[in-house]
Write a protein that binds this ligand. Structure first.
Ligand SMILES: Nc1nc2c([nH]c(=O)n2[C@H]2C[C@H](O)[C@@H](COP(=O)(O)OP(=O)(O)OP(=O)(O)O)O2)c(=O)[nH]1
Length: 311
């Protein structure tokens, strides 16, 4: 077996959602391929320290904030790499090309450069996943008020909705699911349907969301463009990772009226539980839009909100 080489790589983001890629220079493995800036972790360094050093050496920039995001393994002919991806939302300095043949700001949904390093396909898919999910609560507020709130949220830029309606009668649920899917599609938003509530023969258009109980019954990834799961424990998160799911939700981070009396995880336990996972994890439980930055500073990809999404 090849020795594992630890690598730190940066998703350097701009407020418009674009991120920086570098083209590998001649006389390296995979010359001409595009990568996220970064490099090997040296003995005695943490991945975070390596990231800060590499970005100074490669790009001449000083990192102000870097948050762990995903960790993925890949076996190349030349090395077995363990890639520690960080999000770098804040830095200063003038970008320079000290080691790359070229640099380019790109967007995951419309990449203009290529090819990417082979290990990075899932990273680009993860970067296409929206940062905020709104979870429906029509059985509590009523179908018409929920659809009106959905329209307002989509118009305001919400790009991801999970239909979760365990208390909605089956007869109403089919029509409600189709309606939410249609409104999301018209707004260019992803709609994930809760797998425990799917009426017989109803296939989600794009997104399938597994509650933890169904997740733990799956021996392989269910079919679908986007498949994710709700998790409460490290074992559930690891099972979601083994299945190759596209994302997980982990909660409840804060106290929430949805699950009264259940102990909340808190942010530091949340950060520990999601460490070194290969897929994005969103925080859920008592969260509001203003919690986004705090969540991301603890390694979350973003946040899922029930009440907080619709006000
Ligand atoms: N920096 C970076 N490396 C990546 C990404 N994806 C990916 O598979 N890798 C791999 C390619 C390399 O095997 C390793 C990064 O090592 P590196 O760039 O420091 O070193 P290298 O292989 O070019 O060679 P060298 O330092 O030995 O000269 O991680 C990525 O997005 N960014």
């Amino acid at each position: 077996m090849k020795k594992i080489v630890h690598v730190a790589a940066a998703i350097i983001t701009r407020p418009d959602g674009s991120f920086l890629l570098g083209q590998r220079a001649p006389e390296t493995y995979y010359t001409g391929y595009w990568e996220f800036p970064g490099g090997k972790v040296e003995p005695g360094e943490t991945p975070h320290e390596a990231l800060v050093r590499e970005l100074q050496e490669e790009l001449g920039i000083t990192v102000e904030a870097a948050h762990p995001w995903l960790t993925r393994e890949h076996v190349y002919e030349h090395a077995h790499v363990n890639l520690h991806f960080f999000e770098v939302p804040r830095w200063h300095g003038e970008l320079q090309t000290h080691v790359h043949a070229a640099l380019a700001w790109q967007r995951a949904e419309s990449l203009e450069v290529g090819p990417m390093l082979p290990a990075n396909g899932p990273i680009l898919k993860a970067l296409r996943l929206p940062r905020a999910m709104g979870v429906t609560q029509a059985a509590q507020v009523g179908i018409a008020p929920q659809l009106a709130a959905l329209d307002r949220a989509l118009a305001a830029g919400l790009k991801w909705v999970q239909v979760r309606e365990p208390d909605m009668p089956l007869a109403e649920r089919t029509a409600f699911m189709r309606e939410v899917e249609n409104r999301c599609a018209a707004a260019g938003a992803l709609c994930s349907l809760n797998a425990a509530e799917l009426p017989e023969g109803f296939a989600p258009a794009r997104g399938l969301h597994l509650p933890a109980r169904l997740l733990m019954q799956c021996a392989q990834r269910p079919e679908g463009e986007w498949v994710g799961a709700s998790c409460h424990t490290r074992a559930e998160l690891e099972h979601a990772a083994t299945l190759g799911l596209d994302y997980a939700l982990l909660g409840h981070v804060l106290q929430t009226p949805t699950h009264p009396g259940q102990a909340d995880l808190g942010w530091s336990r949340f950060g520990e539980l999601i460490a070194d996972l290969p897929m994005p994890v969103l925080a859920i439980g008592g969260l509001r839009p203003e919690d986004m930055e705090l969540a991301r500073s603890h390694g979350a990809h973003g946040i899922a909100m029930i009440r907080g999404a619709w006000n």
